[in-house]
Ligand binder design. Structure first.
Ligand code: GLU
Length: 473
């Protein structure tokens, strides 16, 4: 709960769930079971800091649903971590996985620390100790619960987790599948790092391809030329901005903790990133205008607004001032339920988090499958495809008497690499999920927004899986 929302984060997820449950026909008992957080593990453990003092850590792992196993969801390192937040994020993972047809239950973990205040040696011992606490209580494993990166964590932490787990479970053949988001050298998959940002791009692009939706918003079809603002230049925000820019959109605003910058001609996220690395701030980027309060970027006049940082940034306080036509929730829970009501009233299309930012967990699923199959994607078929394509091409050239350029030859012959297959699987996943949600939305005029339609999709899938298990008649 905060002065910006009368509900806690978990309550606001429940509120959105209840809003959608009215549009389903499931028994109240099934709905209650889907909503409930199955297991909450709160732990305390000591770590020794570099100066020799002992500090007690507060940490969590929540398994929201076991309707499919393993449970899946990231681990965040943040000062704001608390039980309610981890429960809410775990619940969102259940719905997210269901929507994109990734066969996992929802989970989430968190350690209440600001990682910037700890040395990498201290962070390593915190992460390793957290992992061993999870092992002790059977809260981690390739068939039990599989963490991943989230706010404040990345490949490095995942490498520590897999290393700790493997050393505690010698001989477990599928041990690499105990965590995803690992470096490629430690069993990671190519394409995981950019996955969430790329998924956000694919999801928004698919919505922008729908002529009826664009007409209602007064926008032209397609992403090209759209004016985009991205709040947060972490891994997700950076890659979202990159894919929009590379595909013809203009990123006119970027925001970080210290403030925001604006340039109607478009910003290059890599140049801004390098500028921030050099100067410690995105402000004063050549050719752009400074906005000293970072949330001011949310209120910029634009076509697409991408909040890619933390929850509750768009709330009752500022929702009325949002000028974007489309909001793409790259972060988890950036808009409160009160803000949703304002968007419905103002005709703003909010593409909801639990579907739009599912690219990360989708590619985590591919990584987990790779770990269980012990083979890199493309290894078996790449050469075969290339040889076959070369043969077909030479036949066509012989029959037609024409030959293609070297550049075209390479393009036509190319057999899929791991990254090609991962991107293609992600694109397929996001397009299918978008169409499923839109169909639900269009099938019932009383469904007020896309978030509610996404929840209906999630509820129907989770409930069906319970029903198929025979738990409920
Ligand atoms: N932390 C990411 C999310 O919130 C990824 C989770 C995962 O890959 O399991 O979706």
């Amino acid at each position: 709960m905060s002065e910006l929302s009368p509900y806690s984060f978990f309550q606001s997820v429940e509120k959105s769930f209840d809003k959608a449950a009215r549009f389903t026909t499931w028994d109240i008992g099934i709905l209650e079971q889907i909503k409930a957080c199955n297991s909450v593990y709160r732990m305390r453990f000591p770590i020794k800091r570099d100066d020799g003092t002992i500090e007690v850590m507060e940490a969590y792992r929540v398994q929201h649903s076991h309707h499919k196993l393993p449970c899946k969801g990231g681990i965040r390192f943040s000062d704001e971590v608390n039980q309610d937040e981890v429960m809410a994020l775990a619940a969102l993972m259940t719905y997210k996985c269901a929507i994109v047809n990734v066969p996992f239950g929802g989970g989430k973990g968190g350690i209440k620390i600001n990682p910037k205040k700890y040395s990498s040696y201290e962070l390593e011992s915190i992460t390793r100790r957290y992992t061993s606490e999870l092992v002790k209580k059977n809260f981690i494993g390739p068939g039990i619960d599989v963490p991943a990166p989230d706010y404040g964590t990345g490949e490095r932490e995942m490498a520590w987790i897999v290393d700790t787990y493997t050393s505690l479970k010698p001989g477990e053949i599928d041990a690499a599948g105990c965590v995803t988001g690992k470096p490629v050298s430690q069993g990671g998959v190519r394409g995981r790092k950019e996955a969430t940002g790329l998924g956000v791009y694919y999801g928004v692009r698919e919505v922008c391809q729908m002529p009826d939706v664009m007409e209602k918003l007064g926008l032209t079809v397609g992403v090209e030329g759209k004016r985009v603002v991205v709040q947060g230049l972490g891994n997700v925000g950076y890659h979202t901005a990159k894919f929009f820019r590379e595909n013809g959109a203009k990123v006119i605003g970027l925001a970080e903790f210290e403030g925001a910058i604006f340039n109607e001609e478009g910003l290059n996220e890599e140049d801004v990133f390098q500028h921030r690395k050099r100067t410690g701030s995105i402000l004063n980027f050549p050719g752009s205008t400074n906005l000293t309060v970072n949330t001011d970027a949310l209120e910029l006049d634009c076509d697409i607004l991408i909040p890619a940082a933390l929850e509750n940034v768009i709330n009752i306080d500022n929702a009325q001032r949002i000028k974007a036509k489309i909001i793409g929730e790259a972060a988890n829970g950036p808009c409160t339920p009160e803000a949703d009501e304002v968007f419905i009233h103002k005709g703003i299309l909010c593409i909801p988090d639990m579907y739009l930012n599912a690219g990360g967990v989708t590619v985590s699923y591919f990584e987990w499958l790779k770990n269980l199959s012990h083979v890199r994607y493309g290894r078996m078929e790449k050469r075969f495809t290339e040889n076959m394509n070369a043969r077909i091409l030479s036949q066509i050239e012989e029959l037609s008497g024409k030959s293609v350029s070297d550049k075209e030859r390479l393009f036509i012959m190319h057999g899929a690499d791991e990254v090609d297959l991962v991107h293609s699987g992600l694109e397929e996943t996001m397009i299918t999920a978008t169409r499923e949600i839109m169909e639900i939305w269009k099938s019932n005029v009383n469904i007020p927004d896309m978030r509610t339609a996404a929840y209906v999709s999630a509820i129907n899938k989770v409930a069906t899986s319970y029903a198929e298990l025979g738990i409920f008649p």
